[in-house]
Design a protein around this ligand. Structure first.
Ligand code: ZN
Ligand code: ZN
Length: 287
């Protein structure tokens, strides 16, 4: 007869004969293999986690590769468990995001709680009101990487339009929401006004923001330029030396054959072309 020393089998402290002891040993092994695995593994790793390295989940995943484990019969996401281990309960409706971008990581140092954008917007608008002040930039997703975007009832909406509607009233039909501050991500209601598209474009040109219409923006100042002034002069020199368009093309990879042709014909970079020797200007469209 021997005394049981294992934990978890439910028979601790009892006197056992050989067969019972063998049974309990098997039960212990099974318990360790099947019941303690994933969640216990997570807890042991999280307790010793260091901020420098990602902890990669080797077990089950769900959806777009998010690690999951069963806790008391409930399937839970590992990044949420990692956050709860370090910071306590997740605030209601907040999401847990990775700072490292690795969806399999469960390092508690690599996760943070993020307020849902619509709730953040409403809370900020209540604080901002119609008071004047510095620009309030949208910290979440943006339309075309400039204008704040928020998803409301399944639709993408402009943050500035929502802010205007909430504090200044309905947007008149056909009008745009413009920024007095010229800062597209800003949604401070005091900086917004409703105007026609024409007003908006005129305002934009007046403030010299529209490259396409701002006068004097030629050459390297043009927003679509692909070569520098130096390159253009080099192209002229090569042409005067008798180089063909094909040879010029091999030296400049940012432009195609039509780009070379436009430069040599004086259709673009005209301000440089007119200053070139007659020899170059005498034989346009030759390449
Ligand atoms: Zn990580
Ligand atoms: Zn502003």
């Amino acid at each position: 007869m021997m005394k049981c020393s294992y934990i978890g089998a439910g028979l601790c402290g009892q006197l056992l004969d050989g067969r019972e002891l063998l049974f309990e040993c098997l039960l212990y092994v099974w318990y360790n293999r099947c019941m303690k695995t994933n969640y216990e593994y997570l807890l042991s790793k999280v307790a010793t986690a260091k901020p420098t390295q990602c902890l990669v989940w080797p077990y089950a995943t769900r959806g777009a590769g998010y690690g999951v484990t069963s806790v008391k019969g409930v399937v839970r996401y590992i990044h949420q468990l990692a956050y709860e281990y370090k910071n306590g309960a997740i605030p209601p409706k907040w999401r847990i995001k990775w700072t490292c971008g690795n969806h399999l990581c469960f390092n508690p140092f690599h996760v943070k709680a993020v307020q849902p954008p619509p709730i953040y917007l409403m809370e900020r608008l209540e604080v901002l009101g119609l008071k004047e002040g510095p620009c309030e930039e949208w910290p979440y997703a943006k339309f075309g990487s400039e204008y704040g975007n928020v998803v409301l009832k399944g639709h993408n909406e402009h943050v500035a339009r929502i802010a205007y509607t909430k504090l200044k009233g309905k947007i008149p039909k056909g009008l745009d929401i413009c920024h007095k501050c010229d800062n597209p991500p800003c949604f401070r209601p005091a900086h917004l006004f409703a105007g026609t598209r024409k007003d908006n474009m005129q305002d934009c040109v007046k403030k010299d923001r529209d490259n396409r219409q701002a006068k004097g923006r030629v050459g390297e100042l043009h927003f679509k330029h692909k070569v520098t002034e130096k390159d253009v002069l080099k192209i002229y020199a090569m042409k005067l030396m008798g180089a063909t368009a094909k040879t010029i093309l091999t030296k400049f990879t940012t432009i195609g054959p039509s780009g070379i042709s436009h430069i040599l014909n004086g259709h673009c970079w005209k301000h440089l072309w007119v200053k070139q020797p007659q020899a170059l200007r005498d034989r346009p469209r030759s390449c």
